[in-house]
Design a protein around this ligand. Structure first.
Ligand code: ZN
Ligand code: ZN
Ligand code: ZN
Length: 144
């Protein structure tokens, strides 16, 4: 089961997240945070630069980085091109990404987690985390 990020009713208060994390809230960072809250779908840093004319690129990139570190944004590796970002759901989860339209969904799967735990015995070292993007041809795109 996947849920599109835009379908959930969780409220994202990125400005509060930044404040709670102890980051200085400059006016440009506020603009960037508000703009991220308004993104319906996953976005690239370049998309965000376009939605925030008047804010320096360095500030946009820096704010994204802070929000990823604070756990408010997920950074998604894309099969080709720049990484995308999406608002983070609470708790550990993975993503589906449509290779045609770029739509991002969340999922959790206990079998995947068990598999990765058992992998811990095979690797030379301690696993401290993992991330996973599953690339799909989404239902909307394949019905088109
Ligand atoms: Zn996510
Ligand atoms: Zn699609
Ligand atoms: Zn996992």
């Amino acid at each position: 089961m996947t849920t599109a990020h835009s379908d959930n009713d969780m409220r994202h208060d990125l400005i509060a997240t930044l404040e709670d994390s102890g980051f200085r809230l400059t006016a440009p960072r506020r603009v960037v945070a508000r703009s991220i809250e308004q993104q319906a779908d996953a976005f690239t840093a370049e998309d965000l630069c376009e939605s925030c004319p008047g804010v320096g690129r360095a500030t946009v990139y820096r704010t994204i980085k802070l929000l990823v570190e604070a756990g408010a944004l997920c950074k998604l590796a894309m099969p080709d091109g720049a990484p995308k970002y999406s608002l983070a759901r609470v708790g550990h989860h993975h993503h589906t990404v449509c290779v045609r339209c770029g739509k991002v969904g969340d999922f959790r799967h206990s079998t995947v987690e068990r598999m990765l735990r058992s992998l811990g015995k095979e690797v030379d070292g301690q696993i401290v985390g993992h991330r996973m993007e599953v690339y799909i041809d989404c239902a909307d795109c394949s019905n088109r």
